[in-house]
Design a binder for this molecule. Structure first.
Ligand code: ATP
Ligand code: MG
Length: 241
């Protein structure tokens, strides 16, 4: 798996993620739903890309393919030239834990752990050296304005606060690629902008790449590229000046 250990070089020109001819059909026969068809895309390393489209247009389905959480019915996904769709489930999980930060539409926090423990647990899963985990977890929580409330469990936090904890967990191990499903959906404008600033700073400092979904036109102005989906197909690609 040497290609997975490569360091990014020429960060801005390199394609970190590529999808070729993706199709995803759920169910079979009469009940079959085609959630994605004929999706081709290339994500430049060190860029921020937003996927937009109506509810049901296939955004989450596409993110699940790009993070190898789900397998396409047809087509391939490449990460730094390495075909993820050919890798074993075990290798894919190892890759995901180390290199990817995931923010789920439903947050996915562990209810019995407080905010700090949720973030720290994420670091342990990523296999970062335990020394320094406390600082990394606290720093990530501070970046999203949740350090003061880090001893609270998800059930004691508002939707937006839980979302911010989920973001802290996704960025604490400094992933190469952040895949975030509606990361600002529960946040007010000010907090949404704060989170986008944190992402942009990680892009600038460590060359992280962000692929996210959003419905918010204000957020779309803050990324580099917007890809629009309609009925499971890419219908436009826009570069933001
Ligand atoms: N596991 C599944 N089984 C059957 N159909 C599914 C499944 N997951 C998604 N779909 C269908 O695939 C289509 C795309 O769903 P997806 O969740 O990707 O949409 P989305 O763009 O993320 O929508 P939203 O903005 O509401 O989150 C929808 O019609 C959905 O009902
Ligand atoms: Mg979705």
């Amino acid at each position: 798996m040497t290609s997975l250990q490569m360091e990014p070089s020429g960060i801005n020109e390199m394609v970190i993620l590529k999808a070729a001819g993706l199709k995803r059909v759920f169910g079979r026969g009469q009940a079959a739903v085609t959630a994605l068809t004929d999706v081709h895309l290339e994500i430049p390393a060190g860029s921020m890309v937003a996927l937009k489209g109506r509810s049901g247009s296939g955004k989450t389905t596409l993110l699940n393919m790009l993070s190898a959480l789900d397998e396409p019915t047809e087509g391939q996904v490449f990460f730094r030239g390495c075909e993820m769709t050919k890798m074993s489930g075990k290798d894919r999980s190892a890759w995901r834990r180390k290199d990817i930060g995931l923010v789920f539409q439903s947050f996915g926090l562990i209810p019995l752990m407080n905010a700090y423990e949720n973030v720290e647990f994420g670091l342990r899963i990523a296999g970062t050296p335990v020394k320094g985990n406390k600082e990394a977890a606290e720093h990530a929580l501070e970046q999203v304005g949740m350090k003061e409330r880090m001893r609270h469990r998800p059930g004691e936090l508002s939707g937006g606060e839980q979302q911010r904890v989920a973001i802290a967990r996704a960025i604490a191990h400094k992933p190469v690629l952040l895949i975030a499903d509606e990361p600002t959906a529960e946040l007010d404008t000010r907090m949404g902008l704060q989170v986008m600033r944190v992402f942009r700073e990680l892009v600038r400092r460590s060359g992280m790449t962000v692929v996210m979904t959003t419905h918010d036109p204000g957020i779309m102005e803050l990324v580099d590229h917007v890809i629009a989906l309609e009925d499971g197909k890419i219908v436009s690609r826009t570069t933001i000046e």
